[in-house]
Design a protein around this ligand. Structure first.
Ligand SMILES: C[S@@+](CC[C@H](N)C(=O)[O-])C[C@H]1O[C@@H](n2cnc3c(N)ncnc32)[C@H](O)[C@@H]1O
Length: 135
């Protein structure tokens, strides 16, 4: 793809399955400033939080950060009726383990890997940006 699009400053995409650690980037050879997950958590089981936290803790530089964007519950509560409806829809139409995760559960998984929630930003359309970094 680099050749095809003449963008030497963009690496070819790598396939990562968050449920399969053998597909994860090797921290010895790869260090990143940012790990960015967009609209992932509501279409996967909560175990994905553990995987994302583990990868971030493994490959982020000392000052790097993990940014997670999407709809979340906060302290067990929906932040909008539309998010509650979306949550029910996702679980009914796909799998019971899909649906909105709680910020606190994502934070718990991150803390277990030594990264902490630095910012919880409320964004338009009832979404959040959760920014995690090393303490
Ligand atoms: C709702 S789409 C979001 C796609 C894109 N990030 C966006 O915001 O438009 C969810 C994405 O999560 C990915 N995904 C789901 N489970 C995954 C897993 N175990 N490992 C890696 N990616 C996963 C899917 O392949 C899909 O691309």
């Amino acid at each position: 793809m680099q050749a095809e699009y003449a963008n030497a400053n963009v690496w070819d995409p790598v396939h990562i399955d968050l449920a399969k650690p053998e597909t994860w980037p090797d921290a010895k050879t790869n260090r990143y400033d940012v790990v960015f997950a967009i609209n992932l958590f509501h279409v996967a089981p909560i175990a994905i939080a553990e995987s994302v936290a583990q990868i971030a803790a493994r490959v982020l530089n000392q000052t790097g950060f993990l940014a997670i964007y999407g709809p979340f519950k906060v302290d067990g509560n929906y932040t909008a009726p539309s998010n509650e409806a979306f949550d029910r829809e996702l679980r009914a139409a796909n799998a019971p383990e899909w649906g909105l995760k709680d910020v606190r559960d994502v934070e718990k998984a991150a803390n277990e890997h030594g990264i902490v929630l630095a910012q919880q930003l409320a964004l338009p359309a009832n979404n959040f940006m959760l920014v995690f970094g090393r303490p």
